[in-house]
Every structure is written in C-alpha cells, then in structure tokens.
Design a protein around this ligand. Structure first.
Ligand code: FAD
Length: 450
C-alpha cells in the first residue's frame, strides 16, 4: 500500500513547499522538482516583493502545517493602513476591529522555513535545478530539463500537483486538452520595488505598525515593514501614458517624479535612484482557468490555477487556503484521488475566480478611493453597521481578510453591499446624518431583499 502512496510536486515556491509538508505528513513518498537552485544552501534570490501580507487564510494553513510559532516570531502586525496624502498629511485607517491585523512576513524567510520543514521528512526528495517541460496528458509521465547536466528526463508520475506559479508548465500541457478554459490578462500597470532602509539607530523610519499607502489616483505606492528595520516599497504605475514608467527616462526624471508625487518619501529613500535603475519593472498577470485538474491525477494549486493581482494581499493566502481545503477534503472523503481531485476543482475554482475579481476591485479602492471623502464616509457607515448588527453585516474586507468565508460568497456580498451603499449615499445630507434612522431603514430594507 505504502509503495502506491507517491506524488510529484512541481515547484517548491510558497504553495508547493507547504503542500509537500501536508503530503509528507500523510506518509506520501514525495518527489519535488524545482527550477531554481536550493535556497537552503544558495540563499533566497527573490526577484519579486520581499515581504507579503499574511492574513487569516494563510495563518490557518501555516498552523495546520505546525509552523505558526516560527513564522509568527518574525511577522509584523499591521492593524491598519496609513494614508500619505500629497500635502504631507497622514491618516490611519484601521483594517478591522481591535486586535485584528494583517501581518508582514518575509517571502524568502517563509519559503525557506517551509522548505526546511518539508526537507526534514525522510519521505521527501528534492530535485533542484529541474525545470518541468510539461506533463503527459495521455500517460502518467512528466518531463524535466536537468540544468545541472543539460539532460532531459521523463519520470513516472501517477499523481501530480502543479505549484509552478503563474506561468505553470503543467498548466500549458492542460491548455492543449479539450474543454479546458483558460484566460490571462495583464494589467496596464507594472510595479517596481524600492527600499526604505532602517534609520541610523536601526529602527524603522516610519510607523512599522501599518501598511503605508500613497494613493495618487491612477497610480500609487505602498510600503510594508521588514523585521530588519527596513520597508519594502512598491510603486504601481502604468507602463505607458502621461504619467508612466515610460516617461521616467533618466536619474533627473526619477528624482523629479518622486519630489512631485511622493515628496515625503524622498528623504526616506537615500538609494532611490540606484534602486530605481537596478530593480526590474515587472508586470502583473491574472490567470483564470477551469477545471484545475486533469483526469483526477493532475491538480493545479496556487498561482498556477489562479494568479491574481496583489491588491487584496491574497495571492499566497488563497494558495495556502487551497492546501487547507484539499487536506480537509481528504479527511472527509479519504485519499481517493480520482474522486477528491475533480471534486476539489468543481467546488473551489469559483473561489479562485472570485478573489481575482475582488483583487481587481481593491486596486481601484487603494489607488483612488482611500483618500476620497465618499469612500471614507462609506467606511464610517460600514463600521457603524458592523458594530450595530454584527451577525447581519460584515465588511467585505473583513470577510476576505479576517475570516475563511469562501471568496465567492465574499464577492456576492461585495455586489450586495455596493447596492446598499448606492442607496445610503443617495440619502440627502447623509454626511451629517450618517448614523440616522434613515440610514438604518435603508439597511433594514436591504437586509430583507438580500
Ligand atoms: C508584487 C506582489 C506582491 C504580492 N503581495 C502579496 C501579499 O501581500 N499577500 C499575498 O497573499 N500574496 C501576495 N502576492 C502573491 C504571491 O506572491 C503569490 O500568490 C504566491 O507567491 C503564489 O505562490 P505559488 O507557490 O503558487 O507560486 P510561486 O511563488 O510563483 O512559486 C512557483 C515556484 O515554481 C517554480 N517553477 C516555476 N516554473 C517551474 C517549472 N517549469 N519547473 C519547476 N519549477 C518551476 C518557481 O521557481 C517557484 O519556486 C504578491 C505578488 C506580487 C507579484
């Protein structure tokens, strides 16, 4: 029986290494193939954001994997967002209720920890510098290019978990099969990472207990704290257009751009020009596909199934939730993969589509609305309604971030609450009557029609 408990995991990023831990705990012989060198010996060479916001769904999976304590020690709580207006004024907006926070965690640190834990199981074998070239959909085989030898190898693989990210090679194989739906699109905006180094005393230069946002209409910058006293800032800007990456052509343009739009950050970033020139301008892709599986023996998890834009801070959290849900289904249905894999795909793919849509919507909120008086009024009324009717009304942000409510339900709720606020914000003088009986009545009527 044990001999038949074998699995191949393609990609040892965040989701692949976590899912390997889950499989190892179930006693599977797991072969993990990863394109990059082993970061346990070579160190982490992340090209992408070096910290990530972790929230409830991520923590739940981390806890199930038994490593919450290690990760929590280096996670920095961010109970709210700090809005930096162009005039230099700052405003703090809590994310949820007291004691609710999202956490800044190191991408490299988390991946390394997960790899170490996965590697501590004797039933896990890693193959680094092995790039998957595709999975055979006709027979249970998978092909890799071994970068250490330049040889191509084909391996038997009756059960494959593809966690090889947004440009998944395994998914490309599935895209050639009948009735596999696939859509990808790029945002007009790209992103570039910059660093706010620690102050001379080693401390953070701005409040570390917040996710900082500089909303500027069609573009924005954000910054998340790191445990070493620095912040990783990310500039999101259109690739083309009047205000765009294309218009920033030389060192003088970099300085002029920041002095004009982010004046309070210029002195926080002494290496701004070097960082700007050295760091790549990266694109942002959304991937929707369905089903996430092939014949009950190949399953896409994480970004390979549902890459999303980062504006809800949910990409990794959603990938980790895939692991929790799949593991729970195995508990309920037994390890009968030919049934569990299609059932997982059927039940859960709509949640991937929903968080992709919510993440797009949150981009507008972050870059445009957080400084808009109507939006702030809506936030105030939302908090009031949540306080008054805690079991009937939960803010969508809390549902996504601080609960495990399926994303497709959160999306339905977002649509419903948008309708509610269209009516509330149309009440005459609502700015001064925001907690009035009139608002209460609109809310009660909305509850009946929901
Ligand atoms: C700017 C930015 C900010 C983000 N912020 C957040 C945030 O705050 N919170 C959050 O939850 N999410 C965030 N995300 C999303 C998050 O980074 C991803 O959702 C997460 O990394 C997905 O994990 P994954 O393991 O599925 O894919 P990846 O992290 O992409 O890992 C894929 C792994 O597969 C390997 N691989 C790729 N191709 C092959 C191949 N052919 N063969 C073998 N191996 C291969 C790669 O080397 C890599 O190790 C952000 C993303 C971006 C771009």
């Amino acid at each position: 029986m044990r001999e038949s408990k074998t699995a191949v995991v393609v990609g040892a990023g965040l989701v692949g290494s976590l899912w390997t831990v889950f499989l190892a705990r179930r006693g599977y012989q797991v072969k993990v193939f990863e394109r990059r060198p082993d970061m346990r010996s070579s160190g982490y060479k992340g090209g992408r954001s070096i910290n990530l916001a972790m929230s409830e769904r991520g923590w739940r999976a981390i806890e199930k994997a038994g490593i919450r304590d290690q990760i929590e020690k280096v996670a920095i709580p961010m109970p709210g967002r700090m809005i930096h207006n162009i005039s230099g004024q700052n405003a703090f907006q809590p994310y949820g209720k007291e004691n609710e926070a999202i956490y800044s965690v190191s991408r490299g640190g988390l991946n390394l920890e997960l790899l170490r834990i996965a590697g501590s199981y004797p039933n896990v074998e890693f193959y680094f510098e092995h790039q998957c070239l595709g999975a055979d959909t006709g027979k249970p085989e998978i092909t890799f290019l071994d970068h250490t030898t330049g040889q191509t190898k084909t391996t038997e693989a009756p059960l494959i978990f593809a966690t090889d990210g947004a440009h998944s090679a395994v998914r490309y194989s599935l895209q050639r099969t009948d009735r596999f739906n696939y859509r990808q699109f790029y945002l007009d905006h790209g992103y570039k990472e910059l660093t706010i180094p620690p102050a001379a005393d080693g401390k953070h230069r701005i409040n570390p207990e917040a996710l900082h946002i500089w909303p500027r209409g069609n573009f924005m910058m954000i910054a998340l704290p790191n445990a070493d006293g620095s912040f990783t800032a990310t500039l999101f800007l259109p690739f083309e257009g009047d205000i765009s990456f294309r218009q920033i052509r030389n060192d003088e343009d970099v300085v002029a751009f920041f002095q004009r739009y982010f004046p309070d950050t210029v002195e926080l970033m002494p290496d701004l020009v070097q960082d700007f020139n050295r760091n790549p301008t990266s694109s942002l892709i959304t991937v929707n596909c369905d089903p996430w599986q092939w014949q009950g023996r190949i399953l896409l998890l994480g970004d390979s199934a549902h890459a999303i834009v980062p504006f809800y801070g949910q990409g990794m959290n959603a990938g980790f939730e895939d692991c929790t849900i799949l593991d729970n289904m195995l508990d309920e249905m037994g390890e009968n993969w030919s049934e569990v894999i299609p059932a997982f795909s059927r039940a859960h793919s709509r949640n991937g589509h929903a968080i992709a849509e919510l993440a797009q919507r949150n981009f507008i909120e972050m870059r445009d609305l957080v400084a808009d008086p109507k939006f702030l009024l809506r936030k105030k009324i939302t908090a009031w309604l949540h306080e008054k009717y805690p079991s009937d009304f939960m803010p969508v942000y809390s549902m996504v971030t601080f609960s495990n409510t399926p994303y497709h339900r959160a999306l339905q709720e977002d649509d419903a609450q948008n309708r509610l606020f269209d009516s509330i914000l149309a009440i005459p003088d609502v700015e001064s009557e925001w907690n009035s009986e009139a608002v209460d009545n609109v809310f009660k009527n909305w509850l009946k029609t929901r």
